[in-house]
Design a protein around this ligand. Structure first.
Ligand code: FMN
Length: 444
């Protein structure tokens, strides 16, 4: 029997789930995305199931557009909690599951991010992760003193420098700096506290960080973004890459490309986990799974469905709903638009058909099947060298998570593809990625 590589699992738990009509599901509590009790229930279920991590995508503005008019008031992707605050609350009532939240390099300062995530790593006993994004919407620019979103190359240049500053700040304290010698009165060894003194194009940050070296050495770094610039940030720094791959072949090429870039940074291929996002509709039979998808699809109003295309492809209001999907004109939407366009071209979809597809999984990959066919699909991706794990994006919460735990996990375990116990108490230990050394200690 061949040895099977264990699959890593994240649980993306934003809003009430990834389907556009999740809040209208007959069993959904439409206000749950603002309630701690909802997230407690999800976190406890996911931890009992031994998920590697809870994951929160994020935006810092109301991105849903009221285009066409009537779309905005139908969207549940409008009201949510600030993710780091939420994860801090969940840290206190969980013990093993990773806690990963998104933060933008475009609308933050590196010192803030370094400090907050280091704090979460201490509070959680080594379970914090930062999902590095550059943001993409004008709606976010308007909340941060700008009329327009920062230009694509400039914001990636800022992101690359931002990440280096944060890593530098996280090395401020060597692991054994805090000697706490009551007899001599020495609280810390001054030779083990380091001032970064960064002076770059975008940032001037002296340091040191006012948070001690963290239980994981530094929090896990996740990168989400598919461009050349994003790949380079991932290769140099990320422990996990969250992708939006739809097709196995493209995902395999991306995976090979990314892993081949690690050696020049002195990293092993296995030290970075590639985890595509995927929304599963699972049933004991194919018909039952399809019925779960149909139930939600029938609750998507056309105004709302169209708004999903506005966000990803720009203004399509001048085109017939039942006609072909045109090329997007806006260069700032590159990778996100590309995925939708490829899907439309491959399957000859109309605008209406495309928005129904996108609405089912917030633009991500959607798989409808039985536990066996879903785990076959997972295995196919892992065996082909296209994924190390998956970021599960349930269509509706908590029901979609319950379905996954009750139906898919037993099949994964039957095939030896998923853990029955956590390997360790830190996210690094469970993901199987190494604790980074402190640069100053290494230089000594
Ligand atoms: C899988 C995936 C997840 C993302 N998640 C977020 C997110 O939670 N918040 C955010 O502001 N941007 C998110 N982004 C956007 C990226 O940070 C980036 O701005 C956008 O994808 C354009 O850059 P790219 O061409 O490198 O992908 C995500 C992108 C991808 C591909």
């Amino acid at each position: 029997m061949r040895t099977r590589k264990p699959i890593k699992l994240g649980l993306s738990m934003r809003y009430l789930g990834y389907h556009a009509a999740a809040w209208r599901h007959p069993e959904a509590d439409p206000g749950a995305a603002s309630k701690l009790s909802h997230f407690l229930r999800i976190a406890r279920t996911a931890e009992a199931a031994k998920f590697d991590m809870l994951f929160l995508a994020d935006g810092i503005g109301l991105r849903t557009r009221d285009e066409p008019p009537g779309a905005l008031c139908r969207s549940h992707q409008t009201a949510e909690l600030e993710p780091l605050t939420l994860l801090s609350a969940l840290a206190a009532v969980t013990s093993h599951i990773g806690l990963v939240s998104t933060a933008s390099t475009t609308y933050n300062e590196p010192f803030h991010i370094a400090r907050k995530w280091a704090s979460l790593d201490h509070l959680s006993g080594g379970r914090a992760g930062w999902n590095i994004v550059t943001s993409w919407s004008e709606a976010e620019a308007w909340n941060f003193n700008r009329d327009q979103h920062m230009e694509y190359d400039a914001r990636y240049e800022r992101a690359a420098e931002f990440v280096e500053v944060v890593k530098g700040l996280w090395d401020s304290w060597e692991g054994d700096a805090l000697v706490h010698d009551k007899a001599s009165g020495i609280f810390f060894d001054q030779s083990k506290l380091h001032v970064l003194d960064h002076k770059g194009k975008h940032f001037k940050v002296r340091g040191p960080l006012t948070v001690a070296r963290t239980p994981q050495g530094r929090p896990i770094m996740v990168q989400a973004g598919a461009s050349e610039q994003g790949l380079e940030i991932a290769a140099s720094s990320a422990d996990v890459v969250y992708t939006a791959s739809h097709r196995l072949e493209a995902a395999r090429d991306y995976y090979a490309d990314l892993k081949s870039r690690l050696a020049k940074h002195g990293r092993e291929p296995d030290h970075l986990k590639v985890m595509p996002g995927v929304t599963y509709f699972v049933g004991r039979t194919q018909e039952e799974a399809q019925a779960k998808l149909d139930l939600l699809n029938n609750l998507v109003e056309p105004e709302l469905g169209l708004s999903y295309l506005y966000g990803q492809m720009g203004d399509l209001s001048g085109y017939p709903l039942d006609g072909p999907v045109p090329e997007p004109k806006d260069p700032r939407l590159r990778s996100m638009a590309r995925i939708g366009l490829e899907m439309a071209r491959r399957e000859n979809l109309t605008i209406r058909q495309l928005y129904t597809r996108i609405a089912a999984g917030f633009g991500g990959r959607v798989v409808v099947g039985t536990p066996e066919s879903i785990v076959d699909d997972m295995e196919a991706w892992v065996d082909a060298g296209a994924a190390d794990g998956f970021n599960i994006c349930p269509p509706v919460l908590p029901m979609g998570l319950d379905d996954f735990v009750a139906l898919v996990l037993p099949e994964m375990r039957r095939r030896g593809l998923f853990r029955t116990e956590y390997e360790g108490t830190t996210l690094r230990a469970n993901l199987g990625v190494p604790v980074p050394g402190n640069r100053y200690a290494a230089a000594r």
